[in-house]
Design a protein around this ligand. Structure first.
Ligand code: NIG
Ligand code: FE
Length: 425
């Protein structure tokens, strides 16, 4: 008999989200890859065997065995779009929005992202790290085991690089695996209010090369994890021409591409993102039918962010149902950030998506795991319970996985296993 470091057996539903390679699309989204009375064995932090309890226990033994007692075991969630490195809060803005102010109006009046930029520039690296570690703890408690984190509250070279160093520190100090994204073009900083082109020059000519230099010397490059460049393509921020320029430069340096597109206004960013072979295009509220067709025919993953609409008190959401039916590869994220989505919980994003975007529980489960992993370049190693992948597992306090999206406001995660280690929550 082979010996494993850990065996979990007796899962009433072992929800594998296995895709066999590539993100899931269309009908495959309805299959969560469930094995009844399932078991999983872990060796060296990786999944060594998956099957029924009978199959796995007849092949492997271990001194560490967990009986799931009929509960659900599923992959750790992958949150593919977050902005968790920031200082301060946006509680005043929360009240302004309740009283009727619009997100883009607050931004235009020097609030919104800019107010977080002021606080983030003034904060020390250690203060930013400590605050973000607490956010990662909350995410982990809600079942997130891997996430993407963006810069974008610096908007000057010094602070953007400071944020990158903080992101590396978070990956070193926290159990959650991180993928870094450079978002120097998150919005136009006040110093360049009347000269957006010059700011884009600064990002292209100075920030991007320095960010790439940082990456090359970082643990991310060393461990073969990708580095992305993102942009906020929106009215009063950056145009598709800016996006074209910036992404071409980023791609020439080696960055993977991501973009905030169609959050409020259709400027053609989805089209450009797909043409530039972006790893993901994110938000998609205002995506056109033509662009949906292009996305469906591409390798690009569409990330939808229902928490943002919910936070804005909106009843209009990105057309995730239509996107899936058209054959697009769709993932879901929290967008955890202080302004438009102060939400650490993937199950909350899933709960909202089911209700307002009409995704079924199996679809949001795949969107929050395997497809989200592909959206951040980790699809081959994370996001599903398949042999050879990282042993990132959740034991849920439920015998039916659909409860994750059905219940909301609580937390069904009873155990988190990261790289085969049971985490103390
Ligand atoms: O994805 N530009 C948008 N970026 C974030 C919001 C960040 C913020 O408001 O601080 C988003 O919604
Ligand atoms: Fe965002």
């Amino acid at each position: 008999m082979r010996s494993a470091d850990l065996i979990i057996h007796g899962a009433g539903q072992l929800v594998t989200c296995a895709s066999g390679g590539g993100p899931k699309r269309g009908e495959a989204m309805l299959d969560a890859g469930i094995i009844a009375d399932g078991a999983v064995a872990v060796i060296d932090g990786k999944i060594a065997a998956v099957g029924t309890s009978g199959e796995v226990l007849s092949d492997l033994e271990s001194s560490k065995i967990i009986d799931a007692e009929g509960r659900v075991v599923c992959p750790g969630f992958v949150d593919p779009h977050t902005h968790i490195v920031f200082a301060g809060d946006r509680l005043n803005e929360f009240e302004l929005k309740i009283k009727g102010a619009e997100y883009l109006d607050i931004l235009a009046a020097g609030g919104g992202i800019i107010s977080t930029v002021r606080n983030t520039r003034a904060a020390t690296e250690e203060d930013l790290t400590q605050a973000a570690l607490k956010r990662l703890d909350k995410m982990l408690a809600c079942g997130t085991t891997t996430c993407e984190i963006k810069t974008g509250y610096g908007l000057d070279t010094e602070t953007e690089l400071k944020m990158l160093r903080v992101i590396e520190e978070l990956d070193k100090r926290h159990a959650i695996d991180v993928v870094p994204t450079f978002l120097g073009a998150h919005t136009v900083p006040p110093e360049f209010k009347d000269n957006v082109d010059e700011y884009v020059d600064l990002v292209c000519d100075e920030m991007l090369p320095l960010a790439w230099e940082w990456y090359v010397g970082s643990k991310f490059a060393n461990e073969g994890r990708p580095f992305y460049c993102d942009i906020f393509t929106e009215r009063n921020s950056f145009s598709v021409e800016h996006m074209n320029r910036l992404m071409a430069k980023a791609a020439s340096l080696g960055f993977g591409i991501k973009a905030h597109v169609d959050q409020f206004t259709n400027l053609g960013g989805s089209r450009l993102g797909v043409e530039m072979r972006a790893a993901s295009i994110d938000h998609l509220d205002a995506i056109s039918d033509d662009e949906i067709e292009m996305l469906a025919a591409s390798e690009t993953v569409g990330i939808v962010i229902p928490t943002e609409n919910f936070n804005g008190g909106k009843t209009q959401f990105a057309p995730a149902r239509k996107l899936i039916d058209a054959g697009c590869a769709i993932a879901i994220s929290t967008d955890y950030n202080p302004g438009s989505a102060p939400c650490p919980s993937m199950p909350m994003a899933m709960a909202i998506s089911c209700r307002y975007q009409k995704l079924l529980p199996a679809e949001v489960m795949n969107a929050a795991t395997i497809n989200a992993a592909f959206a951040i370049g980790l699809g081959a190693t994370h996001g599903s319970i398949e042999p050879g992948k990282a042993a990132d597992l959740l034991i849920l306090d439920s015998t039916d996985y659909r409860l994750v999206a059905y219940e909301f406001g609580g937390n069904l995660v009873s155990s988190v296993i990261k790289n085969g280690q049971v985490i103390d929550l």
